[in-house]
Design a protein around this ligand. Structure first.
Ligand code: UTP
Length: 416
């Protein structure tokens, strides 16, 4: 231990992060060891470069943004059946798995617990996890096949998530047979001086590295290996907070297979040109998503010869990947985006500080930043009312909240 602590002290001195040991003497032996291990595992050069990034305004407008082609699911005509049959065959052969991303903090919703455990207020009082489990089980029955379900958690919510599933007997799934849990990666949070914070537990304050961490964590946790063992070739990835996510879609799969692309994404048309959503586009010739903050009014309003918005296909976090594409995306680091957040921490005297306004930087990778890894992908426009009922905010916000999600869910499932 003595040798290790000297080693850690030298590292911290080199990077000017000595504050990380200021509460060390107050920790029990177990936590002391944990803290030293955590520090040894921090990539301080990455932390430094991320801090530098917080000081510079992001340069925008250099990229060449062009529209991306898309298909409308309900304008495929005779091709609909054609794609559907290709997809159905692959599903029946057991080539599809589903991944639910449930590692987010759900700060806007403000629910005490993992977002997936949230009850959106249906008569059944089913949680978001159970609603997704129901839909997957129904599809399994329909196709007479097992569709393995992978759930991404964060270190922060993994225990509570798995306990919730245990309590509900995994909603009929069998742990490590057809339902698998894996934990996403994390990065330290830093203050405005670039100093890494100490969390309430006296350890390094870490936060999930964004939904873009999905690729690396699927690979690192050997879930892609597991998928291959199970004969899975295609993986549908969606967030836990869309209670209408259609995880098994033969048309989407058929399109991907037929067109020979390794990524196929769903979109819904923007509710209005100014809607604050990211939309599919090509960036410097490669598939990407452009944020509403990056798009000019002129681009937002531009229409094609059929009167359709040129940048109107919203990204709804419902995407299909080949296992090979995930492995490729997991091998290359994604850029990190900066979020300025409120974060509780221990000061150097061991006092808990609970800020009332943002005080710390959190770094997150975005799933769609990996789209540029592939030369081409398919975008399929689906109907919002059939596939997109997100739970992002508390009811007081009035949009993308439990009330709106509940109404959409009931309407779709014809529940009075
Ligand atoms: P959001 O970006 O909406 O974040 O995540 P959130 O954590 O749910 O909510 P806020 O922003 O704190 O209010 C979209 C989906 O991606 C998952 C979320 O769980 C959600 O299903 N996600 C997000 C992760 O799995 N990990 C992350 O690090 C971030």
């Amino acid at each position: 231990m003595d040798k290790k602590i000297e080693e850690v002290k030298a590292i911290l001195k080199k990077y000017g992060q000595e504050q990380l040991l200021s509460n060390y003497d107050r920790l029990d032996e177990n936590k002391k060891k944990q803290l030293l291990d955590q520090i040894m595992n921090i990539n301080f050069d990455l932390v430094n470069s991320l801090y530098e990034k917080t000081k510079h305004e992001i340069k925008q407008g250099k990229d060449e943004i062009t529209p991306i082609e898309y298909l409308d699911k309900y304008k495929l005509n005779e091709k609909y059946k054609y794609y559907e049959n290709i997809g159905k065959k692959a599903i029946k052969e057991g080539k599809l798995a589903a991944v639910t991303m449930a590692g987010g903090q759900g700060t806007r919703l403000g629910h005490d617990g993992p977002k997936g455990t949230y009850d959106i207020g249906l008569e059944s009082h089913k949680s978001l996890f159970e609603l997704l489990a129901d839909s997957l089980k129904e599809e399994e029955k329909k196709y007479g096949v097992i569709i393995p379900w992978f759930i991404m958690t964060s270190r922060e919510n993994n225990k509570q998530t798995v306990e919730f599933f245990e309590k509900h007997k995994f909603f009929g799934f069998q742990k490590d047979k057809n339902i698998f849990f894996f934990i996403q990666g994390e990065l330290p949070m830093i203050d405005t001086e670039g100093k890494i914070l100490i969390g309430e537990d006296g350890l390094v304050k870490l936060a999930a590295d964004g939904h873009g961490g999905i690729y690396e964590s699927l690979v690192k946790s050997k879930m892609t290996e597991k998928m291959r063992q199970l004969g899975v070739e295609w993986v549908f990835i969606a967030g836990v907070d869309n209670c209408l996510a259609k995880m098994v879609d033969p048309v989407l799969m058929g399109i991907a297979i037929d067109k020979g692309v390794t990524v196929a994404c769903k979109s819904v048309v923007k509710a209005s040109p100014k809607e604050k959503v990211g939309v599919f586009c090509k960036r410097n010739g490669r598939p990407n998503v452009i944020e509403y903050t990056e798009i000019t009014d002129e681009m937002a309003e531009a229409r094609d010869e059929n009167g359709e918005l040129l940048y109107g296909e919203s990204h709804i976090l419902c995407n299909l990947f080949s296992v090979e594409a995930i492995e490729r995306m997991g091998a290359n680091p994604l850029p990190y985006h900066i979020a300025y957040k409120k974060a509780k921490y221990l000061d150097k005297d061991g006092n808990l500080v609970e800020p009332e306004s943002p005080n710390a930087y959190k770094f997150e990778a975005f799933l769609f930043d990996a789209f540029g890894e592939v030369d081409d992908m398919a975008v399929l426009r689906v109907k919002r009312e059939e596939e997109f009922a997100p739970v992002k905010n508390a009811d007081s916000a009035g949009v993308d909240c439990p009330r709106t999600a509940r109404e959409l869910y009931k309407k779709f499932h014809k529940i009075d």
